[in-house]
Design a protein around this ligand. Structure first.
Ligand SMILES: Cc1cc2nc3c(=O)[nH]c(=O)nc-3n(C[C@H](O)[C@H](O)[C@H](O)COP(=O)(O)OP(=O)(O)OC[C@H]3O[C@@H](n4cnc5c(N)ncnc54)[C@H](O)[C@@H]3O)c2cc1C
Length: 410
């Protein structure tokens, strides 16, 4: 994808500048950042553009045009993102443009189902922000996450999927016999069927340096990224639950030693997993009451993990090949809360996992159908999903076929 050369002029203390940078980042748009507090030339340039006024953010585009204090909507328009739906009613509205949503869109549109896909950030979802995907079939040398995402988007466009970007769905409701998705500006889009494919976000520690080294030494998926560290001396794992312990055990296949950093004073995984972690031959060194204070690196690569003992305050410095953070996942499902059944973590229940769906619908749910008739869920947001690109793609395809069967009843 060709990236526009954009420069954002602002200052570190300016919340509006952070908002504009966040928006560009979420759309995977590269930009240069000039802090005018640090850069006199930059400050002079802003003063020149704004007739002597020091207004930030000032965003300058490749063609020399610029926007002053632009809203997200103005930025989206300037970037040429499609933000307005062409129609009011669709056969299928897909919320989420990750691998699950894009695959469902390809399958549905190819069969003539009028499909609208709505994405709030960059198309491709989590896959789009992954440096290299090594385990997606068909790419023997692996493939860049952004490239895989771009290919899926191209394929969806070939089948005339209408795609809206920079649109955050905030609510689902039943309206005039249609499922209705409402965006954060209150606009409504109606569908005979809706697919929730909004994925999940890995919980982060929120410590300095974390954002800088994600994908460059900091990871959230051992199955995905563990093999990159074959032969490493040490890998750090952060967390205490089943994921942290199981992934820590998995990572001992690649590293001589795994150091498990646990905030509390016990592991919270199942006993059988705890036994495996704590047995002397496990090569896992568990450090309780230990918090990560910061991640540091050099040459765009993680080099150091700074830790602190929460009881004694003693600090330590580790130099692992990588750090894997497993402190839970947060499903992107808040907009559907109260509308579809969810598990206690907010993952959406669908198909056989439904508890009350049959009573509510008076029939067996279709595969991937939620407790709201005609609303389906696929990919990482679904309870029981396996959080991989290949499985998200598989669920997207299967959900689209199930939706086709549902639409036959309409
Ligand atoms: C750093 C990293 C590395 C990974 N590496 C691998 C790997 O090597 N191999 C592998 O198989 N898997 C990997 N994964 C996991 C894989 O990327 C996910 O399992 C997969 O992307 C899930 O697809 P999905 O479509 O279900 O959800 P997502 O990819 O999460 O896509 C969901 C989309 O929905 C959008 N969305 C959310 N809420 C809303 C809303 N309210 N309105 C509009 N849009 C919304 C999001 O912006 C997002 O684009 C990795 C994940 C991460 C984070």
């Amino acid at each position: 994808m060709s990236q526009p050369a954009i420069t954002v002029y602002g200052a570190y203390w300016c919340p509006d500048c952070r908002r504009a940078k966040k928006f560009l980042g979420e759309q995977f748009v590269q930009y240069n950042w000039v802090d005018i507090e640090q850069d006199k030339t930059g400050e002079d340039y802003v003063l020149t553009l704004n007739n002597g006024k020091r207004i930030i953010p000032t965003v300058v585009f490749e063609d020399g045009s610029f926007l002053v204090e632009p809203s997200n909507a103005e930025l989206a328009q300037k970037l040429g993102l499609e933000t307005e739906a062409r129609m009011t009613y669709y056969d299928l509205v897909i919320i989420g443009g990750g691998p699950a949503g894009l695959t469902a869109a390809i399958y549905a549109a190819r069969e003539g189902v009028e499909t609208l896909l709505i994405e709030r950030s960059g198309l491709g979802g989590q896959a789009g922000i992954t440096g290299a995907i090594d385990n997606f079939p068909g790419f023997p040398e692996g493939i860049g996450g952004q490239e895989l995402a771009d290919r899926m988007v191209q394929q969806a466009r070939r089948f005339d999927v209408e795609i809206l970007q920079a649109q955050d769905i905030g609510m689902l409701a039943w309206h005039n016999g249609y499922q209705c998705a409402q965006n954060s500006e209150g606009k409504h889009i109606h569908g005979k069927a809706v697919l929730i494919a909004t994925g999940a976000s890995y919980r982060r520690l929120g410590v300095p340096g974390e954002d800088d080294y994600i994908g460059a030494g900091i990871h959230f998926c051992a199955t995905c990224d563990g093999p990159f560290y074959k032969g490493a001396k040490e890998i750090v794992v952060v967390g205490a639950g089943n994921s942290a312990c199981e992934e820590g055990l998995h990572l001992t296949k690649f590293a001589d030693k795994v150091t498990l950093l646990v905030r509390g004073n016990e592991l919270t995984a199942s006993q059988i997993v705890i036994d495996k972690v704590t047995e002397p031959s496990s090569r896992i060194d568990v450090r309780f009451r230990t918090a990560v204070d910061a991640f540091e690196g050099a040459n765009s690569k993680l080099k150091t993990v700074r830790t602190r003992n929460l009881d004694t305050g003693a600090t330590d410095v580790l130099h692992p090949a990588a750090a894997f953070v497993f402190i839970g996942q947060q499903p992107n499902s808040a907009f559907a809360k109260g509308y579809v059944e969810m598990d206690r973590y907010g993952f959406v229940l669908a198909g056989h996992d439904l508890v009350h769906g049959r009573e509510i619908m008076g029939r067996e749910p279709f595969a991937f159908e939620t407790s709201a008739p005609g609303v389906f869920a696929a990919g990482d947001v679904r309870h029981g999903s396996t959080k991989q690109v290949a499985s998200a793609v598989g669920e997207g395809a299967a959900a689209a076929i199930s939706i086709r069967e549902f639409l036959k009843t309409k």
